[in-house]
Design a binder for this molecule. Structure first.
Ligand code: KIV
Length: 272
């Protein structure tokens, strides 16, 4: 299998399907603000997800449920201004698409018009079929999300691995095939057994991006604050931390406090 990377100007939904065809794995990270998006985009990420995980990592809520459409649009427009290359996918927040397909379309249109994002993501399969179809009919690319769907956390009751039992796994495969049939351009699979995720990725022609779904899928996504080690209380098995910014930033703050107290900052060169 070739690992040579083709250079893409702006990654599009078509590029992702092409990457799957070329067996090039897709890299995806979350971002919620301009500065982080610029760093991640310049480093060569393929897809930036403005996830509703902003509710947790940016706002400190326990779940993703409280974040609003207006707040998602604010985060997404900041991210779009920080990107040149990555495809920007924006989460439709809880309550903005489940009750009525017309409302789902209105929410997706607001995201596209007001943030400049390139596509939307929403959670669920057959339950949200009409909303997905309505959004796709308007020409808006949709990424699906199956497995652990955090907007339904109160239904599940826990964040443990999904689809371990045969019945739930069969429904997941059915939903994944349906999402592809309806026209979704890609799919996130969260916290499901690796063998099941590989089976789904092998059956679909659209890319499957995993988080806690093993290496047999077409790409990987992580929450950037977790991957940078800015969060430290969240320690799932699937998380690889590439930095320990919680500690590094804490040490930097402690040094700054020390320097200010000792009148060591600012020095002669650091003033006018
Ligand atoms: O909101 C989010 O960050 C997500 C990822 C975990 C896939 O949906």
């Amino acid at each position: 299998m070739s690992t040579a990377k083709k250079q893409y100007k702006r990654v599009t939904v078509k590029t992702l399907v092409e990457m799957k065809g070329n067996h090039e794995k897709i890299s995806m990270l979350t971002a919620y603000d301009y500065t982080m998006a610029k760093i991640i985009d310049s480093a060569g990420i393929d897809v930036i997800l403005v996830g509703d995980s902003a509710s947790n990592v940016m706002a400190g809520h326990e779940t993703t449920l409280p974040i609003t459409l207006d707040q998602m649009i604010y985060h997404a427009s900041s991210v779009v201004r920080g990107t040149e290359r990555a495809l920007v996918v924006v989460d439709l927040p809880f309550g903005s698409y489940q009750s009525d397909p017309k409302e789902a379309l209105r929410s997706a249109i607001r995201i596209m018009k007001e943030s400049g994002g390139h596509s939307v993501k929403l959670e669920g399969g057959s339950e949200v079929k009409e909303s997905i179809k309505r959004i796709l009919n308007a020409g808006i690319p949709v990424m699906g999300h199956l497995g652990l769907t955090p907007q339904s956390i109160y239904k599940f009751g826990t964040y443990t691995v999904r689809a371990k039992e045969e019945e739930e796994a069969a429904k997941l495969v059915e939903d994944a095939l349906a999402l592809q049939r309806w026209g979704c351009f890609a799919l996130v699979l969260e916290k499901v057994p690796a063998a099941l995720a590989k089976k789904v990725a092998d059956q679909l022609t659209i890319p499957v991006i995993g988080i806690g779904a093993g290496a047999g899928v077409d790409g990987q996504v992580l929450v950037s604050h977790d991957m940078f080690g800015m969060t430290h209380e969240f320690n799932p098995r699937f998380l690889r931390r590439y930095l320990n910014l919680y500690e590094d930033m804490g040490n930097a703050v402690a040094n700054y406090v020390k320097d200010v107290k000792a009148v060591d900052f600012p020095n002669e060169e650091e003033q006018y």
